[in-house]
Design a binder for this molecule. Structure first.
Ligand code: MG
Length: 391
């Protein structure tokens, strides 16, 4: 070790901080008004250092059984995490990647690694008294516009357009809308209704705000349908269309790209840098989605952002669970040139506004830089206990 450096130099360079003393996985379920009040599941990760300092992470499990699996995985990760310095975020991440190789990598393993990695970064920042944003290299932009990211649930187009106008009235720069979600909106199924929705929304919000459409999980168009639908929606200046052909259809996306001019967004269902690279290599993804609570944390996000930059693309951080992932996504969105805007859930919810003393939110349509050591959020443990499952 030490590559021949004199011991005195090594000692001078070494920073001692309290080591990680314990790791705990805490599954929670909370009502999500932005998703028609369904119960959303995540598994929080709490690291405590020898001095009592605490770091928080989040594994975006979505389903209760995935949270239970993550609880088991994180209990098993203990030997690879406890006793180490929180400054070793890269080393811990690599140990977990090596360990989980046996069960395939990706999926539940990547989700569990994400929760631990975010907590390590938070604890590292707190141990050093520095923001995670600064540990990532500091901000590389002067401002970061915020948009609303909601689901269409209301029944009538008039109500939906009114709702969109209300969302952007706070100064938000536009909105992304999920189609094919729970509720009565029935968007994404009938071309004429979808076009009418876009027309009404554009009229309601004016010409200067952006509109992004996210087809999500329930709807997957054929390539021919996607071309036809996208061309019809382009008249209303759609900023991007997200996952119209699902998470993997390189030939279809190639066709869509050739025949339309709207930016194409996908990639958020990938679990690691290799998956991100696979999407980038198709040359069909303009805006790559990334959730640091699913795709191997901030360490994974930092690596992915560099790949996206090298490919000349744009990225979009997912921030649609608790304030922990939002804080991580916000730090990375400031630290990389590839993230051009930031998504905010438009309806006030427990996970964003009650779980922390200082919610991650916009100011007149602009995201402030995160402040305070670590991820810059203060978790309220009585709220964690209120939504804790399994005991
Ligand atoms: Mg999406």
């Amino acid at each position: 070790m030490a590559d021949g450096l004199p011991a005195t130099l090594l000692d001078a360079a070494r920073v001692d901080v309290p080591r990680i003393a314990s790791i705990e996985a805490i599954p929670i379920g909370y009502p999500e008004p932005n998703d028609d009040n369904r119960t959303r599941h995540v598994c929080l990760v709490k690291l405590a250092a020898e001095d009592g300092q605490v770091g928080w992470g989040e594994a975006v499990t979505y389903w209760p059984e995935a949270s239970l699996a993550v609880v088991e995985l994180i209990a098993a990760f203990s030997d690879l995490v406890v006793g180490r310095s929180p400054l070793e975020s890269e080393g811990i991440w690599r140990s977990l990647k090596d360990h989980t190789w046996w069960y395939g990598g990706g999926g539940i393993a990547s989700i569990a690694i994400s929760g631990v990695d975010l907590a390590v970064w938070d604890l590292k920042g707190k141990a050093l008294g520095l923001r995670v944003l600064d540990l990532l290299g500091g901000p590389v932009k002067e401002r970061l516009p915020a948009i609303a990211s909601g689901h269409a649930a209301k029944a009538s187009i008039e109500e939906l357009a009114e709702e969109a106008a209300e969302w952007v009235s706070s100064g938000l720069h536009g909105f992304k809308i999920g189609w094919g979600k729970k509720g009565q909106a029935r968007l994404g199924y009938e071309k004429a209704r979808d076009v009418e929705y876009m027309r009404a929304c554009r009229e309601a919000i004016g010409p200067d705000k952006t509109i992004m459409v996210d087809l999500g999980v329930a709807i997957t168009w054929s390539a021919a349908e996607a071309v036809d639908r996208t061309l019809a929606l382009e008249e209303y200046d759609m900023y991007w269309i997200e996952e119209p052909l699902g998470h993997w259809n390189p030939e279809g996306y190639k066709t869509l790209r050739e025949k339309t001019t709207t930016r194409i967004a996908y990639g958020e269902k990938e679990f690691h840098v290799e998956g991100i690279q696979r999407v980038l290599d198709t040359g069909t993804c303009d805006v790559l989605g990334f959730d640091p609570g699913r795709a191997e944390g901030l360490t994974g996000f930092k690596k992915a952002a560099e790949r996206v930059e090298a490919a000349g693309g744009e990225a979009n951080a997912h921030a649609w669970s608790t304030a922990i992932v939002s804080a991580a996504s916000l730090a990375m969105s400031w630290a990389t040139p590839v993230c051009k805007q930031f998504e905010i859930k438009p309806i006030r919810d427990v996970a964003q506004h009650e779980l922390v003393a200082n919610p991650v939110t916009h100011e007149g349509g602009w995201m402030p830089q995160p402040q305070g050591p670590g991820l810059g959020i203060e978790i309220l443990e009585d709220v964690v206990d209120r939504f804790r499952l399994g005991r």
